[in-house]
Structure formats: C-alpha cells, structure tokens
Design a protein around this ligand. Structure first.
Ligand SMILES: C[S@@+](CC[C@H](N)C(=O)[O-])C[C@H]1O[C@@H](n2cnc3c(N)ncnc32)[C@H](O)[C@@H]1O
Length: 258
C-alpha cells in the first residue's frame, strides 16, 4: 500500500526548507553537552543519490539543493551545508542526506536516536546507513507514542509523513496533542505540504488552536511541474529552540527572493 518514494523528491525546495531548519535546530541543541533524544516517525532511506534515475526523472533536486549551492542561498557554515559537505565527502559529490543522516551528523555518542520506517525497501536501505540509531519497522506514530517521553527527556521529534492518505491529515492534531501532553518539553516538529487545494488547512487550523505558542514557518514556491499541487512547504514546531524564529525568517527571505 505504500507507494511514496522520497528518492523522487529528495533535495527539492520542500526538503531544503525542512532540512535547513532541522539542521539548525540540531546544531543548536547539540551545542550544550547535555544528552539528547532524536526521534523520527517517517524516516525514509536516509541517503539519496541525486544522479540516480528517480531524482533525474523529476529534476526537483536541480531546482532545490543543487541550485541553492550554485547560487549560495545558504552560507557555507550553515548547519545544513556543513552536514552536506561531510556526507558528500564520505558518499560522493551527488549524495544527499535524508533527515536521519542529517541528524546523525549532529548527534554525539551519548545521544539516542529512534527512527521508524514502514516501507520494506526503504527500511532495509535505512538500516545500511543509520547504524547510530535504533531502527523500527513500525508505524511511526505508534513508535512515537510508545517512546514518549523519551530518555533522555531533552530532545526533538520529527514527524514527516508522506500524506498519501487523508487519514494522515486527520490524525495529526490528535497524535501531536497526545505526544505534547506526555512530553511537554520535547521539540515536536511537523512538516506539511502547502497545497493549492488547501487540504492541509484544517489540520494547521486545529494545530494552531491547540498550540498557540508553537512556531509556524511557511514558504511558497512554484509547483515542481505544471499542475502539481504543492505550492509550498510548512514546518510547525512545538517548543521551538531559542533563535529559531530568526532562522525561519532568514530561510523565508531566500524563498521570497526566488
Ligand atoms: C516524506 S518521506 C520521509 C523523508 C525523510 N523524513 C527525510 O526528510 O529525508 C516519508 C516516509 O514515510 C514512510 N511511511 C509511510 N507511512 C509510514 C508509517 N505509517 N510509519 C512509518 N513510516 C511510514 C514512507 O515509506 C516514506 O519513506
């Protein structure tokens, strides 16, 4: 039943928004010596090849991370650029890290990582590149509900579903509400697509009503292909780390200038 494959979209304009803010938060959180938990409900395969057939077919990475690097959208010392640089040094010049390997770049030996991925091939690929983490072939929300509050309690949870079914949108406010009650200090991060049919809007309205202090970062861009429904990328962050608001504004300015 799982048909979404992130390899077609890795490094696109939505990934750039998501991964720039994720890397910035992990850099900030690992600056202090206290140990950290990193959890991810929908991990993907962890490492992508932008020269591969999937990325070449859509060209989304060319309009995203590749263009960003050529045109210098991010400073060379931005946490995402630092992670990408190190991962390319190990895996080749066309490698692109998914969120698990971006996290792996920042996590330290005393930190703990739990990643869920349900798709058999994506799960298998993830086990080959994310040896630093506990990898669960399980529904990501079930994993998060079972592990929260994690040990150590200081940490970040990324929720990045493929939104293949309407149930994803419907269940998220309830899932996040339950997680936030169990783990009131956790940095809980949701990525969502901004869609021209506004399918995401009721979910975001419910989240904003329930979590008025959370940070909402939204950027807009031209659809990847004519008729493509995604016209932007969103991040909803509970307990945003100090300074994230400014970083989100810096990233938003990049998209506004496109
Ligand atoms: C958008 S991709 C993840 C991308 C990744 N977070 C990144 O930024 O590199 C979503 C992934 O969720 C997986 N998936 C779909 N439903 C799932 C579920 N219920 N539990 C765990 N993983 C699931 C898909 O197979 C897919 O690999």
């Amino acid at each position: 039943m799982l048909s979404y494959q992130h390899a077609y979209h890795a490094g696109n304009l939505a990934d750039l928004h998501k991964h720039a803010l994720l890397a910035w938060m992990l850099d900030y959180l690992t600056a202090k010596p206290k140990p950290l938990s990193y959890l991810e409900t929908h991990a993907g395969r962890g490492l992508y090849d932008l020269a591969g057939a999937e990325a070449q077919k859509t060209g989304e990475a060319r309009a995203g991370i590749t263009r960003a690097l050529v045109q210098g959208w991010l400073d060379a010392d931005h946490p995402l650029c630092r992670a990408l640089h190190q991962i390319r040094a190990r895996n080749g010049a066309t490698a692109y890290p998914g969120s698990p390997l971006i996290a792996g770049h920042f996590l330290r030996p005393g930190d703990t990582a739990h990643l869920a991925e349900l798709h058999p091939a994506e799960h298998e690929a993830l086990t080959r590149v994310a040896g630093f983490a506990h990898i669960h072939r399980q529904d990501g929300f079930a994993m998060a509900q079972a592990l929260c509050p994690p040990v150590p309690r200081r940490g970040l949870l990324l929720i990045d579903p493929s939104y293949e079914v309407k149930a994803d949108y419907d269940q998220i406010p309830g899932q996040i509400g339950k997680l936030a009650r169990k783990w009131n200090v956790g940095v809980i991060v949701l990525w969502f697509p901004v869609l021209n049919d506004a399918r995401h809007a009721p979910m975001i309205a419910a989240l904003r009503r329930d979590h008025p202090q959370a940070l909402l970062s939204q950027v807009a861009f031209a659809p990847a292909r004519p008729g493509h429904g995604m016209t932007g990328s969103g991040m909803f962050v509970l307990n945003p780390p100090y300074g994230l608001q400014d970083e989100a504004a810096r990233i938003a300015a990049i998209y506004e200038a496109l």
